[in-house]
Write a protein that binds this ligand. Structure first.
Ligand SMILES: [Zn+2]
Length: 832
């Protein structure tokens, strides 16, 4: 299907002004299709001109333009031509649409727990025309009147307050002008908890089988919601304008959440069924706040075209962390950002697919999706922190307020935003934005110390810009040093030159550990000195500043990927420091990183069991010491469950015996144990089916698929591959879980045949899987056979010219990770 180009969008928005949409959806036509009737009223600046409306229907029943019927068969390739437009027009389209199963469009899922069906609309990025006929581009905004016919036992939610006007018929309140991709409807036997705050009706909703966790988590969700409302009202000076505020936890959602005005959708794994670590709660709180900040930035003011997507996401990423720190108990949100979000972003920056934060031409809607990555979120947010350091916080907020007020219910661009900040601050941002926004890649920063009698004689800050992408970026940050947990010096600096003397450090005791960017204010590759790295096993756990510890871990991870830090050095620090970690984000993320990334990617195959045993020992040690039910205990138990080779222990835990306190009824924890048993070949399909029967839920079914795909047997791999790539009607989530288990094998020979098949079978899935869903499958299913032959096949595949943009992009990123693993293995071959 054709993707809208920028040129087409510009031309159409100069011609068309949409006045209103009236959309009527009939969701009572069975599980395959739904009825969609749209009335669009719009003006045309040049009467007599031609245009088109976007429409991706299963079948088109009737079309009329200004009362005259059009041939429904003229709809082709996602478009319906409109000729001879009047100054004011009314288009009526009645069509039958298909439900999706890949999380794009109107997604329909059946909950195996009770066989009830749920529907939700996710119309980002260009799925709106698969739900209703529309002019699908972000700068053609209009108010919506939506009516929904649904089965009698369903609840309907949407952008406007929903009222059941007759049995099964729901009318939604007229909305403010919205971009097409924000329209949503969530319908099904959803259960709800309602509240109210400051005149805003609130609701949280989930599948009926998730009633217990929904009710258990509702108070925390409402608390963060209310605090975020108060905070953003104060900060932006504009009241939330979209009426009610619903947060719907929906099944099989591709992203974390989506900021539909008045009706935010979230992946329903956020309603943690079992025990949750503190950082999991922080992540969810962050998502709640992130989506709410979009109500202003994205929803009230929308980017004119997808090339300013960063403006939405960088802003929301920054604002949610700021809100958590200033207004909630999650005052360590920036630590989480360092070890979760920025580690993600630095990975994106290392890939050949990296791009400038802003100003990347998105020539069509689909190619815009490729920039929905760690650069737009994490780097963008770090860049905004640098912008604030450059212009001042009051000036920044004054500029944001002016921008939001000026463009309310309309659209903005990078130039508009920077113009508002320039006016508010009186500073010229041209050079600043060239370095920070318009040039890809990052500087490397390090500190060189000359020492005399234990004192710093000279300290020089080095800033190195990438030679192939030179840029002049001013950095505002700090450098701090510790010995035995004592902070010996901290200096704040704004550097612009390649070399800056840090005079304040001169004469201070030389610290054992020196951390550039200790408060993680800037975006750069932080290179720790050799002496600092050597001291980390004895020193890191003693540093009381969690933010600085996160920067150290992030730098080590970056070093492992860049083949400057050996996996052995990483594991040594892990052995010594991880069991003493007190920050929950660092604790759980570093353990997960060690288990799922450092060992399988960077440790040679024949040494992986020994490396996992090291991780396991650290987990066992912490589990013995930790207080039951704490994040420490949970993180340790998960690490043990995933890495243990103790069959007796694993079988006992899988059967619910001798479990750590608090995990007795935790179905998700049991699946970690079962997966370990499965990937070691200690159980079979019948055993997995038995565990599935104990957890006959959506999540249980997905885990069972993952475990079955993990079995180290030829027939299990053949089955999983067919389920994944054989057009078996699997949902987006099922495909990801099959892919995640598939490459588990103690012997590469078991999966070797699938390496070449991956490069043909998976790209071919674009014939039936949406781009957003497929981009994830391509990444997760990428061969975990780290050989030059895989690299050769990968390079060959990337050069093909028949790949869709999402497949190509994900292949490039997965290939970059493969090459990092190969480079590290070559560099440190005999070292572990
Ligand atoms: Zn967002």
């Amino acid at each position: 299907m054709r993707s809208l180009t920028l040129a087409e969008a510009r031309e159409r928005s100069s011609l068309i002004t949409v006045t209103s949409y009236a959309v009527e959806l009939d969701l009572d036509q069975g599980a395959e299709v739904f009825g969609s009737r749209t009335v669009v009223r719009f003006a045309c600046a040049e009467p007599g001109a031609d245009s088109w409306v976007d429409l991706k229907a299963r079948s088109v029943e009737t079309v009329s333009l200004n009362g005259a019927p059009l041939d429904p068969a003229s709809a082709a390739d996602g478009r319906l031509a409109l000729t001879g437009l009047a100054a004011d027009n009314e288009l009526v389209v009645a069509a039958t649409m298909a439900y999706s199963h890949d999380g794009q469009g109107l997604h329909r899922a059946t909950d195996p727990a009770d066989d009830l069906d749920y529907v939700y609309g996710h119309l980002f990025l260009d799925a709106a025309p698969s739900v209703y006929a529309c002019f699908d581009q972000p700068d053609l905004k209009a108010p919506y009147d939506v009516t929904v016919h649904a089965p009698l036992d369903w609840t309907v939610l949407g952008n406007g307050a929903a009222e059941q006007t007759s049995p099964g018929t729901w009318t939604l309140a007229t909305t403010k002008p919205l971009a097409t991709y924000f329209m949503t409807v969530c319908a099904g036997p959803y259960v709800s908890v309602r509240d109210e705050h400051d005149g805003i009706p609130l609701g949280v909703h989930a599948r009926a089988s998730l009633r217990e966790p929904l009710e258990r988590h509702a108070a925390e969700l409402f608390d963060v919601t209310k605090r975020s409302f108060d905070y953003f009202h104060g900060l932006f000076g504009i009241r939330y304008p979209f009426g009610e505020y619903h947060q719907v936890f929906v099944p099989e959602f591709n992203a974390g959440a989506m900021e539909n005005p008045g009706c935010v959708t979230f992946r329903d794994q956020y309603l943690y069924r079992g025990a949750a670590t503190r950082d999991e709660l922080l992540t969810r709180a962050n998502t709640v706040s992130h989506e709410m900040s979009h109500m202003w930035f994205g929803d009230i003011v929308t980017m004119k075209w997808w090339d300013d997507l960063w403006l939405n996401e960088s802003f929301a990423e920054y604002m949610s962390h700021r809100c958590l720190v200033d207004a909630t108990e999650y005052t360590d949100a920036w630590v989480d950002s360092s070890i979760v979000r920025k580690v993600w972003g630095y990975g994106a920056e290392r890939s050949p697919s990296t791009h400038p934060v802003a100003g990347v031409e998105a020539l069509d809607a689909q190619s815009a999706l490729q920039n929905f990555d760690g650069i737009s979120y994490a780097k963008g947010a770090a860049t905004l922190r640098q912008l604030i350091a450059y212009v001042g916080d009051d000036q920044f907020i004054a500029g944001v307020r002016a921008y939001l007020t000026d463009k309310s219910y309309g659209n903005g661009t990078l130039a508009d935003f920077l113009g508002a900040i320039e006016t508010a601050s009186g500073k010229d941002l041209e050079a600043w934005s060239r370095g920070w926004l318009l040039t890809a890649d990052r500087d490397t920063i390090s500190v060189e110390i000359e020492e005399q009698d234990g004192l710093v004689e000279r300290a020089v800050m080095n800033r190195q810009s990438p030679p192939d992408r030179p840029a002049d970026r001013p950095h505002a940050f700090d450098v701090a040093g510790w010995t035995d947990g004592r902070e010996l010096g901290r200096v704040r600096a704004t550097i612009t030159a390649p070399e800056t003397t840090l005079a304040e450090l001169e004469g201070t005791p030389e610290p054992a550990v020196l951390v550039p960017n200790a408060s993680d204010l800037t975006w750069a590759r932080v290179r720790l000195s050799d002496s600092t790295v050597a001291a980390l096993p004895t020193q890191l756990a003693q540093i009381p500043d969690g933010q600085a510890r996160a920067v150290v871990w992030s730098s080590l991870i970056d070093g492992v990927h860049g083949a400057t830090t050996s996996p052995e050095a990483f594991l040594e620090v892990f052995d010594a420091a991880w069991p003493h970690e007190t920050n929950s984000s660092i604790l759980t993320r570093v353990a997960a990183y060690a288990e799922h990334r450092v060992v399988p990617y960077f440790v040679p195959r024949d040494q992986q069991e020994a490396a996992l045993a090291r991780l396991n020992r650290a987990g066992v040690g912490l589990l013995e010491r930790a207080t039951a039910g704490t994040t420490e205990s949970l993180a340790a138990a998960r690490l043990v469950a995933g890495t243990s080779d103790d069959e007796t222990l694993l079988r006992a835990w899988a059967d619910g015996k001798g479990l750590p306190a608090g995990l007795e009824e935790d179905g998700d924890f049991r699946w970690i144990v079962v997966r370990n048993l499965a990937s070691r070949g200690l159980i079979d399909v019948a055993d997995i089916d038995g565990f599935r029967a104990k957890d006959d839920t959506l999540q249980g079914g997905l885990n069972a698929l993952l475990c079955r795909a993990s079995l180290p047997r030829a027939e299990a791999k053949a089955w999983a591959w067919e389920q994944l790539t054989g057009r078996q009607g699997r949902s987006n989530y099922e495909m990801v879980h099959l892919a995640r288990g598939f490459w588990a094998a103690s012997d590469d020979a078991l999966v070797a045949d699938y390496v070449p098949r991956y490069f043909t079978d998976v790209p071919a899935m674009s014939a039936w899987v949406g781009e957003d869903a497929l981009s994830r499958v391509v990444l997760v299913a990428f061969p975990r056979v780290f050989t030059d032959e895989t690299a050769r096949l990968s390079a060959e595949a990337i050069s093909r010219d028949d790949l869709t943009p999402a497949v190509h992009r994900s292949l490039v990123d997965a290939d970059a990770e493969l090459r990092e693993a190969l480079a590290s293995r070559a560099t440190f071959a005999a070292a572990v």
